[in-house]
Design a protein around this ligand. Structure first.
Ligand SMILES: [Fe+2]
Ligand SMILES: [Fe+2]
Length: 356
């Protein structure tokens, strides 16, 4: 199935980003850093086949596809939503979930391209090794979310703010900017959003997809962290300032402009009223700050922690996340995926035993 048939608006088949990226050979063949090689080994060991590990016979719910709590629809209390018929409300909810998952899908394709770009341009071979495993991971994530969109039977094109950030990240010729934009900001946001679905969705297919993708993503974020933690102390003050400016701008862009405008337009709802409501709604404010729970501790860890960055996070009300234990979160992401595997194995063995 082609997703082009599912988009509500005419969408071009391709989007090109051109850049003067340097592809670099590393002739040193050094032994490499233990931390990065350890992650590379883990990347190899933890490969999985999306067709086998996920139970694709499971279906989404026709009225609430991922079976999410009602409050996660950001316009739930908006007068323009309340006066809709029940059938129309269901349609809005389906579209909003489809929009969110479409952004996951497009973000995954962006990650695929970024991981390939990192493999080409990063100077050290140990990083190239690891990045190569991430290329495979991201291809699998694109595969998984594409299949999920088929189940939704609704899909949206990439939202303009996400496209802006991805274009910027892909155009930049400095290898570390790809890490910063992709591995820290976009993957950090995605991890928090996936966690929200994994932990709140009652739908088993939605749980599986997000838990298994998260298990991989936690490694990707760790990769960005390890590579940048080594690199950023070597930069001059002005080089570091440039990174900080980019980071602050990217965070505001993701927080303020990611407002699912396309859904309200397609549903023929009063767009500005919906967006105004979304900005002011308490649940949404909580959700938007939660999205930064994985980014802030990493930014601190990689040393981009000037007063300017801290004051931007203070302004966004997310500075408190600086103390989040990111290693503990990563360990939990792996546990949740293992639990789901165990649950499925148990169910299957019970069914087999009953049939014997
Ligand atoms: Fe991914
Ligand atoms: Fe990733």
């Amino acid at each position: 199935m082609s997703l082009r048939d599912l988009y509500p608006t005419e969408t071009p088949p391709f989007h090109d980003v051109t850049s003067d990226v340097t592809s670099r050979f590393d002739w040193r063949f050094d032994d490499g850093r233990k931390s990065l090689l350890g992650l590379y080994e883990k990347g190899k060991d933890k490969q999985w086949n999306a067709l086998e590990r996920i139970d694709w016979t499971l279906e989404l719910d026709p009225e609430n596809p991922q079976e999410l709590p009602e409050q996660l629809l950001p316009i739930i209390d908006a007068p323009c939503y309340k006066k809709l018929s029940r059938a129309k409300q269901i349609e809005v909810r389906r579209h909003h979930q489809a929009w969110t998952n479409s952004q996951f899908l497009h973000g995954e394709q962006g990650a695929l391209l970024c991981a390939a770009k990192i493999t080409m341009s990063v100077p050290d071979l140990d990083s190239k090794f690891y990045a190569a495993t991430q290329v495979m991971d991201e291809a699998r994530h694109v595969e998984v979310y594409k299949k999920l969109m088929e189940k939704f039977a609704i899909a949206y094109p990439m939202s303009p703010p996400l496209q802006t950030l991805l274009d910027q990240v892909l155009e930049d010729t400095r290898w570390d900017m790809t890490y910063l934009g992709m591995q820290v900001v976009i993957e950090g946001l995605a991890l928090a959003a996936f966690a929200m679905v994994r932990d709140q969705a009652q739908n088993p297919l939605a749980q599986q997809v997000n838990a298994y993708v998260m298990e991989d993503e936690a490694r990707h974020v760790a990769f960005g962290r390890l590579a940048l933690r080594d690199y950023y102390p070597q930069l001059t003050m002005s080089e570091r300032r440039e990174r900080e400016e980019f980071l602050i701008e990217a965070c505001y862009l993701m927080r303020d402009r990611f407002e699912s405008r396309e859904v309200w337009e397609t549903m023929e709802l009063p767009v500005e009223e919906c967006i105004q409501h979304l900005r002011e709604s308490g649940t949404m404010q909580q959700f938007r700050s939660f999205l930064f729970s994985r980014i802030v501790p990493i930014v601190k860890d990689i040393g981009l922690w000037s007063e300017r960055v801290q004051s931007a996070y203070r302004d966004m009300g997310v500075l408190g996340f600086a103390s989040v234990d990111i290693d503990a979160l990563q360990a939990r992401d792996e546990e949740v995926a293992a639990d789901l595997d165990a649950r499925r194995a148990y169910v299957e063995s019970t069914i087999r035993a009953a049939g014997e």
